[in-house]
Design a protein around this ligand. Structure first.
Ligand SMILES: [Zn+2]
Length: 335
């Protein structure tokens, strides 16, 4: 089935052997000397432990060619799963802290995506995901860098990181600037904090998409309003939520409840390497653990085009080709 992925992080998609090679090449301290060591490194027991590992991955990226390599490898991984379009987050604060040149970073990423596009036809667009634990001043600088990055295809600005300790409201001005310069906006919310965080991201920051967002269900009234509006897409990442410990068991994930409540949802892998998952795997989970039938799977796949940050004509063309291919597949398989 043709698919799109809207919630995936470049730094969380680096192949383990690429990570080792980059750490060696760049002389970056990494608490692992071989693949078994990387596997040990990828075992964390909390959301903050996960963020530490994520930062260790980001530190291994130094030169433009490093970004090109990981962008290319990630895009090929997606193309292998029949993903046609992806929006890929980078964490600017991790790289700003190391005084890196964003022309080199984004030039590398764009080159990697262009190569994958030429070979596989997949379209990938970068987005910035700013760690909310960094300062507002740095956030405004990140928006400037994202604006500069629009010539490399950057489409959106987002906040992620430590949601529990850093609510969305202080970012009002940052998001107003991001929107004024023509960036789309989204936020991780309702992942490690409750429904108020989702409400704040929508009402105060004016986001069009929420990363995760499942804790919106703690506020039935807000859930109902958003279901009725239908204009805010929830990019849900079930395996991620299990492995960062924000849900205790996969069966405890409210994916089914979100869908049944009428929220527009997409499925995503978030950090495929760190969570040892793929977008295909997330769709399999929806079918096997949450009883999504064929109609429902098709609807979720189409939502990832409806919620994507792309021009109307491009959206209409992709929607139409996805619908055609879904219909042809269903006929072929008799489902
Ligand atoms: Zn994420």
């Amino acid at each position: 089935m043709p698919k799109a992925e809207l919630h995936i992080h470049l730094e969380g998609s680096i192949h383990p052997h690429t990570l080792l090679e980059l750490a060696t090449k760049n002389g970056t301290a990494l608490n692992a000397r071989d693949l078994a060591g990387v596997e040990r490194l990828f075992r964390y027991d909390s959301f903050l432990g996960f963020l530490d590992v994520y930062r260790a991955c980001a530190r291994c990226l130094i030169q433009g060619e490093d970004f090109e390599r990981v962008a290319y490898e990630m895009a090929v991984d997606l193309a292998e799963q029949n993903v046609r379009y992806a929006e890929v987050m980078l964490s600017p604060a991790q790289h700003m802290q190391r005084n890196m040149d964003f022309d080199e970073i984004l030039g590398g990423v764009a080159a990697g995506f262009a190569r994958a596009h030429a070979e596989r036809g997949i379209v990938c667009k970068p987005a910035f995901d700013f760690g909310r634990q960094f300062s507002l001043q740095e956030a405004l600088r990140a928006v400037e860098l994202a604006q500069d990055g629009m010539r490399y295809g950057v489409v959106a600005f987002s906040i992620g990181g430590d949601e529990a300790n850093y609510p969305p409201e202080p970012f009002v001005e940052v998001f107003a600037v991001a929107k004024a310069v023509g960036l789309h906006v989204m936020a991780h919310a309702g992942e490690v904090a409750g429904a108020n965080s989702v409400r704040g991201a929508i009402e105060m920051l004016g986001v069009d998409r929420i990363g995760h967002g499942f804790r919106v269900l703690e506020d039935p009234e807000l859930t109902q309003i958003l279901a009725r509006r239908g204009d805010i897409t929830f990019d849900v990442c079930p395996t991620s939520n299990l492995l960062t410990g924000v849900i205790p068991l996969i069966s405890a994930h409210p994916l089914r409840q979100m869908f049944d409540a009428g929220l527009p949802i997409t499925l995503n892998s978030d950090d495929p390497t760190l969570f040892n998952t793929t977008l295909t795997n997330e769709f399999m989970l929806a079918a096997e653990h949450f009883n999504f039938n064929v109609d429902e799977i098709c609807k979720v796949a189409l939502q990832s085009i409806r919620g994507a940050f792309m021009p109307a004509a491009e959206r209409a063309a992709l929607l139409s080709s996805f619908k055609h291919e879904q219909a042809a597949l269903r006929e072929e398989l008799g489902i």
